[in-house]
Structures are given as C-alpha cells and as structure tokens.
Design a protein around this ligand. Structure first.
Ligand SMILES: Cc1ncc(COP(=O)(O)O)c(C=O)c1O
Length: 404
C-alpha cells in the first residue's frame, strides 16, 4: 500500500515520511552508491524481490531511500481520490522515464499508435530510434476515436497508444476516457505524458490509463533546479518487474540530490499551479484584445476547440498558452527582442514566465511544411506563465507587442 494515500492532495505534497532512525523532519539525501547488508538473508530477499522489498537497499542503481519516497509521493498524487494502489519510479530525465515506459510495453514486431504533435525527442524515440529495434510507429488523429478503434482492430501488431495531452504548441487535448476504453477493450496498453498538466490538474489513471510519465523537470519540480522523470502505474508487476528491470539495465536512475530538489518543489505544487493558471488566464485574456495577435491558444478560453473536453477531464487549464502574431516570422523575432522582464527559453513549468518563438529557435532547422503540420507557424509564441505579479508580465508583453 502506498504510504501517502488516504490524505488530502495538499497534505500528500507537504508531508514527508520518516525514513531514517533519527526522525529527520526533512528526509536526508542518501548520497551513497552502496548499502551494507544487515545479514545475508536480507540481501537474498532484496535480490529475489526484484528491488521491491521496502527498507532494504543494496546499491543505488537498484534503489535508494531518497528517490524511492519521492517516487511514491508523486505516484500517490497521480492516484489521489482514486481507489487504486499505485507505484512510481524516478529516472534521470523525462526522456529516460518515457523510454523505459515504452520499452516496458512493446517489443520487436509490435507497433505504437500515437499523435503527430508529440514532444520532439519523444517523436524521435518512437519514429526513428525504435524503428532500428523492430518497433514501428503509426500516426493517427487520436481525437478521432472511431478511427483509432478501426486502426487497432485492423492491425493486431498495435500494442500501445502513446498520448500527450495537453500537447505542444496549441494545447490540443485527447479524450482520455474514450482512448482508455478502446485500449482496454482491445487489449492495448496506454501511456500518457502528463507533463503539461501535472497531477494537480489531470490524473490520467482515473480514466483507466495504464502508465503516466512526466518530465518532472517541469511543473513537478517547479523551480528548474534538476532534470528528472517519473513513470507511474497501477500494476505493481509492470513497475517492479518491467520498468525496474529496464532502469536496472539502462541505469538512468535519478540522483538522490535531484530527488530531494524535486520533493522540495512538489511541496508547493498546488499553490503554484493555482497561480500559474490565474496568471495564464489573465495573460490569455489580455492577448485576445491585442490587434497584433491573430489567435490565442489557452484551454481556459471558450474559443479553444478543446475547452469543453479540458473542463471535463482536467481540474483547471494549466499555465501553458501560445499565441500567433499576425506579422509572421519578422513579428515573432521582433516580439522576442522586445521581451525584457520575462525569460527567453524553451523549457516550461518554472516559477518565472518563459517565452519561446519556436520557428526561430528550437524548430529553426525543421522544414517549414513539417513544423506547420503541427501548428508551429512563423508567428507562434509559446509561454509558460509564471508566478510573478501579473501587472509586470502584462507590461512586458504590452511593450514587446508595441515594438513589433
Ligand atoms: C511534454 C514533454 N515530455 C517530455 C520531455 C522530456 O523531458 P526531459 O527534458 O526531462 O528529458 C519534455 C521536455 O521538454 C516535454 O516538454
């Protein structure tokens, strides 16, 4: 049983377990590669259990008390108010977690069904990297549930639906209830990347999704202090047999120090998400009134095509938004040059507001037709809206828009 379950969401975030014999109020960072065995039987039990035995550690690649309690805490948040047992495993990055979850569900000869607007490196993993290992990826519009069902019925090699919702850059959402139902009926596994929402805003396990993955580098950490990832599942064997053995072999473990930083961030997750969302809504409303802006993509606006779906399956609309400038590439570059207070960077989920113009930075080497297919237009600006005073964010955006 997950020791964090059965408490309120905020309480799970802030309360740490006592994990040493000294009653440290804040659990220590176990900066050790190795643990001495109490006796031979304890070591025997540990190795036999595949690392599952709580309280017995041998070697930090195979398990560490600091990383373990943080993984359990985040898993409990993903299962909050859902009557399931849940398990989590921390990784050295979001990509390590995503790779492990995918490798835990498919093998050579299988196919993955996914959407075209995935995070770029996840797309590279599925489409290019895994191809060389005999795993093929098929794209579909995951919003079209009838089509998804037909594709799976007609191709028995499809063993996994990989979902990212909300997704870059337009915050498009997939229907988690519908996709999980199809997958369960047809015996296909599902993975959801919940990075953009965080468990405070969306809990995919509630809908019957099998695995949740995060780049916990983002909202979960919340301060940009460490690169980490997590895989969460309700099936103990899937975590402690499949995911654990992949972590053991590939070795992409989260360092205890990074787990400690992640836990510090998680303590304020609900407060931060509320403020991210409040500021994002205010910025979105401001942007809709600007002549230079063609379109604003924020799930909280009724004009977003997935507003109703987001209202149904999320508890808020996240701190992410994007908008299109009428003036295209030139306007996008001039806008970015005009930003003085907010931070120009491509990451997301930190305490300060982050602004990026994909066409001139992260996607500058992607052929135009290809990026346009996924909504990365010449004038598209993406923002991860932070926790500053909203007046300061608006003043910065106002000045940058006036300078276009
Ligand atoms: C949605 C999403 N998933 C996964 C990742 C990869 O995470 P990491 O950089 O922690 O490996 C990112 C990184 O930006 C992301 O935005």
């Amino acid at each position: 049983m997950n020791k964090f379950s059965k408490k309120g969401f905020h309480s799970i975030c802030v309360k740490d377990p006592l994990i040493d014999g000294l009653s440290s109020h804040i659990p220590p960072i176990y900066a050790t590669s190795t643990f001495a065995y109490d006796n031979l039987e304890a070591a025997f039990d540990f190795f036999k259990s595949g690392g599952k035995t709580e309280g017995v550690y041998t070697y930090s690649r195979l398990g560490n008390p600091t990383t373990r309690f943080v993984a359990e805490k985040i898993a409990a948040l993903e299962a909050y108010n859902i009557d399931i047992n849940v398990f989590g495993m921390l990784f050295s990055s979001g990509m390590a977690a995503i790779s492990a979850a995918v490798l835990a569900t498919v093998k050579a000869g299988d196919k993955v069904l996914t959407q075209g607007n995935l995070y770029g490196t996840t797309n590279e993993l599925l489409v290019s990297f895994l191809k060389d290992y005999g795993i093929e990826t098929v794209y579909a519009d995951l919003k079209d549930l009838n089509y998804v069902e037909d594709v799976i019925i007609n191709d028995e090699k499809i063993k996994l639906i990989y979902i990212e919702t909300p997704a870059n850059p337009t915050l498009a959402c997939c229907d988690l209830d519908g996709l999980a139902a199809i997958a369960q009926n047809l015996g296909v596994k599902t993975i959801v990347d919940n990075t953009f929402a965080s468990p405070y805003v969306q809990q995919p396990l509630k809908f019957g999704i099998d695995f949740v993955v995060h780049s916990s580098t983002k909202f979960l950490n919340g301060h940009g202090t460490a690169t980490t990832g997590i895989v969460i599942a309700k099936n103990e064997d899937e975590i402690y047999k499949r995911v654990y053995s992949i972590q053991k072999i590939l070795g992409a473990v989260c360092s205890p120090f990074d787990a400690f930083l992640l836990n510090n961030g998680v303590k304020t997750l609900p407060l931060r998400m509320e403020q991210h969302q409040k500021n994002a809504m205010a910025l979105a409303q401001f942007l809709t009134q600007q002549d230079a802006v063609e379109k604003v993509n924020y799930l909280g606006l009724e004009t977003h095509e997935d507003h109703l779906l987001a209202k149904e399956q999320m508890h808020g609309f996240t701190g992410m938004l994007s908008f299109e400038l009428k003036g295209g590439m030139e306007a996008g570059m001039r806008f970015m040059r005009g930003i003085k207070f907010c931070t120009l960077t491509a990451t997301l989920g930190t305490a300060d507001t982050l602004v990026t113009h994909s066409a001139s930075t992260s996607h500058v080497n992607v052929p135009k037709e290809q990026r346009l297919q996924y909504g990365i237009t010449d004038g598209l600006i993406r923002c991860s809206v932070g926790l500053e005073n909203i007046e300061d964010i608006l003043e910065d955006f106002d000045a940058a828009l006036k300078g276009i």
